[in-house]
Ligand binder design. Structure first.
Ligand code: URA
Length: 212
């Protein structure tokens, strides 16, 4: 697993506003969108390109264009990952979007896939998983294996905040043959007994959708 923690004053500033419990939902949504776009810049660093020559008004420029076949796949994890979709698509408008809904069976603690809308065959596709909070790492590990089992060639998780225990679990659980990266804006040390990141920012889904 390759981990990138963004280190930039713009990210620090926006993340601090996002953590503040007095930041209202409307501003919270805008901040998530802006942070994801900054993360997407880093997360898409290895997308493949082809040389392309274009005529400028005054000459000829030898540039590069993103390869669109196979198209990158963006996969928000329901529900909170949806709040990250606009920011990602702002930078990668040609991507295809799929959806994954994951929840925990509270009796067995297994992760259940309760919704999915993805192509059966993801062979050779680069996939970007969106989920604001990488807390225990359980659902992210399930999502990564799910995409890899369908043929995804490279998987990058874009999260706003991660907890150290969740990152450690991913290191252990994600099969080593998977080309897997994580991009986050910050890493906190702890989880509480309910699986919330401490100090974190609370329940990202509730704050995005105005439940609190
Ligand atoms: N999900 C959240 O929304 N917040 C956390 O702190 C952990 C998981």
């Amino acid at each position: 697993m390759h981990l990138t923690v963004l280190d930039h004053p713009l990210v620090d500033h926006k993340l601090t506003l996002l953590r503040d419990k007095n930041t209202p939902s409307s501003e919270f949504r805008e901040l998530v969108k802006e942070l994801v776009t900054l993360e997407a810049y880093e997360a898409t660093r290895n997308l493949s390109t082809t040389e392309k020559t274009v005529a400028t008004p005054v000459g000829v420029a030898h540039g590069k264009k993103l390869n669109e076949s196979p198209r990158p796949m963006v996969v928000p994890i329901l529900r909170a990952g949806l709040g990250m979709l606009d920011g990602m698509m702002a930078l990668l408008p040609m991507a295809e979007v799929g959806f994954l809904g994951l929840k925990r069976n509270e009796a067995t603690l297994d992760i259940i896939t309760y919704a999915q809308r993805l192509p059966e065959d993801l062979t050779g596709r680069e996939c970007f998983l969106l989920d604001p909070m990488l807390a225990t790492g359980g659902s992210l590990a399930t999502a990564v294996h799910y995409l890899h089992d369908r043929g995804a060639s490279k998987i990058t998780a874009i999260d706003i905040l991660a907890a150290k225990p969740g990152l450690e679990r991913l290191e252990k659980e994600v099969r080593p043959e998977i080309d897997f990266s994580v991009v986050v804006c910050g890493v906190d040390d702890e989880l509480n007994e309910h699986g919330y990141i401490i100090p974190g920012l609370g329940d990202a889904g509730d704050r995005l959708y105005g439940v609190v």
